[in-house]
Ligand binder design. Structure first.
Ligand code: ATP
Ligand code: MG
Length: 505
């Protein structure tokens, strides 16, 4: 008899253990309360952070708060038909997005669904939107240039592949314009681009798409959009989704450029989600981990070594400041995470100096390793000249008499500022930038009036294109044959001066 009891106990014990593991009771929960895009769900004890769950009406949610007796789920989509008491199912998957070349030329939402009326997207698989960034051992230093085609950036604040360079400035200072021009300049460079629009008006994003299309740049670009009308959780996950899409190409050894436009609105969406989830607010009501929000995102930008396929993700996050205050909470966070910043000033923008880059406050901490040799050589003294010019400029406001040296600095500085102006959607090739810098460095602009500088520059580029393909080819290969270029530029300059009445025959 005692033998039988043992057997029965064993069987019961076995069944009990199996019962637990086989049970689905942990995978189905019930909504306790719902409101403001948040559902509090009980019974999902095994849910993971950022896991996707499905509501009864087929809508998705994302698990964010893991508490002892319930989880906080943010609703990704409409919450109208989600009611208290309904069932919620776990999917066992961290949120993922479709990835692959099929996404190029498309506009998708934060979950990778197409929103551009071009039909279904053929994807090559899925990638989780949250991923631990590549470790130190799999990385290389930044040493290949990522050319923006913008004179002042490529010469003074050069960016390298794998770098994270912040674009920061007040509203309407040309932040988006810089990023879009950089995307346009990647044409034919084998760099795929991802533009993540967070909390912007959908009409603005449509305009960006249109401009990329006109400049034949949509075919290598994916736009991820969580517009101002999307709910906060969709805005919050958009940059991570964009990064996952980029990581697919990174893993294939390709180069990718990703633009986050902008992370200020991203931080606000995270604050909204956190406050709704009743997480304790900290400084400026942002939750305590708002630094981690951006650091874990930007850390995923990298240059991988050969063993890992040599791919790269370069990131251009954008931050909007209030009245030029770069020492506010979110701006300082992102400044400290990135490898440098391009600071845009409303004052310069309104004076017509566009791109309105403040050369004093802008810096690229790693990019000069990646800068092309010729541009490095030709731009070596530019920063100093600009600094001297700006300093003297403030003096002249007091109306003081100036000596001839100061007058020279002012005159040549003003010409440099004029030369560094650049129109939107007109990124220049490295060769053209080199020619412009060359003309300035060797004083060919001396007798040319400021009003003629942009004309001079345009014609100079054209002259070389038509007459000196050999020099252009040399420049493209990073070879600077100064004597040869000097002769050619002086021939052109003389001709230009004659034509414009600066020199008489
Ligand atoms: P927001 O804060 O609204 O996002 P932003 O800082 O992204 O603005 P943009 O939208 O890029 O600024 O540019 C503002 C305006 O300035 C646009 O009308 C744009 O066409 C113009 N602009 C930007 N850069 C240049 C430029 N280099 N030359 C001429 N116009 C420019
Ligand atoms: Mg913008």
């Amino acid at each position: 008899m005692s033998f039988k009891i043992d057997v029965v106990t064993k069987i019961i014990k076995e069944r009990l253990t199996n019962y637990e593991t086989k049970s689905y009771s942990y995978d189905i929960g019930k909504i306790i309360s719902v409101g403001d895009g948040i559902a509090i769900v009980s019974g999902l004890d095994k849910a993971m952070s950022m896991e996707l769950v499905v509501f009864e009406d087929g809508n998705y949610g994302m698990v964010m708060n893991l508490e002892e007796h319930f989880v906080g789920v943010v609703i990704l989509g409409e919450e109208n038909s989600i009611k208290e008491g309904q069932v919620v199912k776990r999917t066992g998957r961290i949120i993922e997005v479709p990835v692959g070349d099929g996404l190029l030329g498309r506009v998708v939402d934060s979950l990778g669904n197409p929103i551009d009326d071009l039909g279904e997207i053929k994807n090559d698989g899925y990638m989780p939107i949250e991923k631990v960034a590549p470790g130190v051992m799999s990385r290389l230093t930044v040493k290949q240039p990522l050319k923006t085609g913008i004179k002042i950036i490529d010469s003074l604040i050069p960016i390298g592949k794998g770098q994270r360079e912040l674009i920061i400035g007040d509203r309407q200072t040309g932040k988006t314009a810089l990023a879009i021009d950089t995307i346009i300049n990647q044409k034919g460079q084998n760099v795929k681009c991802v533009y993540v629009a967070i909390g912007q008006k959908a009409s603005n994003v449509a305009l960006v798409r249109e401009k990329l299309k006109i400049h034949n740049s949509l075919s290598y670009t994916t736009i991820v959009m969580a517009s101002a009308s999307s709910n906060a959780p969709m805005q919050f996950i958009a940059p991570y989704s964009g990064c996952a899409i980029a990581e697919y190409w990174l893993n294939k050894g390709e180069d990718v450029l990703i633009v986050y436009d902008d992370l200020s609105k991203h931080a606000v969406s995270y604050r909204t989600v956190s406050l709704l989830l009743r997480r304790p607010p900290g400084r400026e009501a942002y939750p305590g981990d708002v630094f981690y929000l951006h650091s874990r995102l930007l850390e995923r930008a990298c240059k991988l070594n050969e063993k890992h396929g040599s791919g790269s993700i370069s990131a251009l996050p954008i931050i909007e400041t209030q009245a030029g205050d770069i020492s506010a909470y979110i701006p300082t966070n992102v400044i400290s995470i990135t490898d440098g910043q391009i600071f845009l000033q409303s004052e310069l923008f309104n004076k017509g100096i566009r791109p309105a880059v403040d050369s004093g406050l802008s810096v690229s901490r790693v990019g000069s390793n990646a800068q092309s040799k010729i541009i490095k050589k030709l731009s070596s003294s530019l920063k100093l000249s600009l600094a001297q010019y700006n300093e003297l400029l403030s003096f002249t406001q007091f109306g003081s008499e100036l000596d001839s040296v100061s007058k020279n600095i002012l005159e040549s500085g003003a010409k440099l500022v004029e030369l560094l102006k650049q129109k939107q959607y007109k990124p220049l090739s490295n060769e053209d930038i080199a020619l412009s810098l060359f003309a300035y460095k060797y004083n060919f602009l001396n007798d040319i009036d400021i009003s003629l500088i942009s004309k001079y520059e345009e014609e100079l580029h054209l002259y070389f294109k038509n007459n000196h393909q050999d020099i252009i080819l040399d420049l493209a290969q990073d070879v600077l044959n100064e004597e040869e270029i000097k002769i050619a530029v002086s021939v052109f300059t003389k001709d230009f001066k004659l034509k414009n009445g600066i020199l008489n025959v």
